[in-house]
Every structure is written in C-alpha cells, then in structure tokens.
Write a protein that binds this ligand. Structure first.
Ligand SMILES: CC(C)(COP(=O)(O)OP(=O)(O)OC[C@H]1O[C@@H](n2cnc3c(N)ncnc32)[C@H](O)[C@@H]1OP(=O)(O)O)[C@@H](O)C(=O)NCCC(=O)NCCS
Length: 192
C-alpha cells in the first residue's frame, strides 16, 4: 500500500481487560486476530490456543493496528526450559499482504524481544519456520537468530521446519545436564 503513513500504525498488546472492553469486543478482536493468522500461516490453531497465549502472556501478544483494522500481530510465550533456563518462544507472526515491506514485522519482533529480554529475563528465544519461507528466515536471521535443527515434515502441509534460536546469554550455550537448576522463584509456568 503506497499511501500509508507508517506513523499512523499503532502497536499495542491485545487487551483482555474486561473493565476496559466488553466481552463481545474482546471476542471479536480475538476472532479478527485468528482470521489474520489462519489466512497467512499453514497451521490451523483453535481459539483455545489463542486464549492460552493471551491469558498467560498478554504483553507478548502484540497487534499492529491501522485505523480500526488489525494489520499484523505477533504471539509469543515464555516458559522455563528443563528447569535450567528461561526460554521465549515466538509462536505466530503475520502481516496483512497490503502492508508488507513497511517494517511492521521488524517492529513487532523488536518489541517482543525487548519484553522477553528485559521483563522476562529470557536466556534464549526460539521459533520454528518453514524451510521454504525465505522471507521469514531472512527476517529472523537479521535479528541474529541461527538455525539449530531441521524438523522433518514438521507441519501439517508436510513441509520441513527450521528451528531457530537467539541466544541471549551464555546459559543458552550450556547443555542442560551441566546447567544449574533455577530457584523456585525463577521458574515461569503457564497458569491457565
Ligand atoms: C514474514 C512477514 C511477517 C514479514 O512481514 P513484513 O512486515 O513485510 O516484514 P518487514 O517489512 O518488517 O521486513 C523485514 C525483513 O523481512 C525480510 N523481507 C521482507 N519482505 C521480503 C521479501 N519479499 N523477500 C525477502 N525478504 C523479505 C527482509 O529481511 C526485511 O528486512 P529489510 O527490509 O531490512 O531487508 C510477512 O511476509 C508475512 O506475514 N508472511 C506470512 C506469514 C509468515 O510467513 N510468518 C512468519 C512465519 S512464523
């Protein structure tokens, strides 16, 4: 889209706060988000998957809005990995075709990484993407993600995936067997 002013794009967490929004408006926003993802990612995710991410890590579910329309989103989570390190996971990312090439995905990833590193103190961040998705690979590799594994027929469409990792500190490079177990207070688990 040529006449779009990128300064008018608003990046915000998807709020589930029923004191600020009606349940109907929250439900319709989640459905809008789901339809954006369904359209652009090969895996189908049920509404419960979205609720799981949104309820547990609301600040890691960011949307990009242009006017009233959701034009992009990123959905992530943070959990303890093998009780020795904190691992962020980028689950879904999509930008509406009309708005691609404007840096929206870069901005969403940047905001997400900032929260994962500074708020959640992640030691590493991982994700998977299709081996054929050159755009996504370039995008993530420019952030410093590196390929660590090829997962055979990982997706329902039978495409292989690459698992990518962004090591944040040295904890990420030490085998779990040789790592120090985290304190109870440091553990991050999903609640819902
Ligand atoms: C991948 C996707 C999210 C990128 O969104 P976007 O907002 O257009 O991306 P940006 O404008 O922020 O571009 C960021 C980088 O992506 C890469 N990129 C973007 N478009 C590209 C293209 N057509 N070919 C190759 N690389 C491309 C570039 O590295 C670009 O950085 P640069 O402009 O500095 O070179 C979008 O294409 C999309 O929704 N695709 C379908 C869903 C998907 O593949 N999701 C990711 C898998 S988990």
């Amino acid at each position: 889209m040529s006449n779009i002013d990128i300064n008018d794009i608003v990046y915000t967490p998807l709020s589930l706060d029923t004191s600020k929004h009606s349940k109907e408006s929250i439900n319709s926003t989640i459905l809008e988000l789901k339809s954006l993802i369904d359209k652009h990612l090969s895996e189908p995710y049920s509404i419960y998957v979205y609720r799981f991410f949104l309820n547990n890590w609301p600040e890691l579910c960011l949307i990009a809005k242009y006017g009233d329309e959701i034009i992009g989103c990123i959905i992530s989570k943070v959990e303890t990995h093998r009780n020795v390190r904190i691992r962020g996971y980028i689950g879904m990312l999509a930008v509406n075709e009309q708005y691609r090439g404007l840096g929206i995905a870069k901005k969403l990833i940047d905001l997400n990484l900032n929260s994962m590193i500074n708020t959640y103190k992640c030691d590493e961040i991982i994700l998977e993407t299709e081996v054929v998705n050159k755009t996504a690979l370039k995008l993530y590799e420019n952030f410093g993600f590196i390929r660590i594994k090829r997962l055979f027929r990982y997706y329902l469409n039978k495409h292989d995936a690459y698992r990518l990792i962004l090591p944040i500190n040295e904890k990420s490079t030490i085998r779990s067997t040789f790592s120090v177990i985290l304190n109870k207070e440091e553990l991050i688990e999903s609640k819902y």
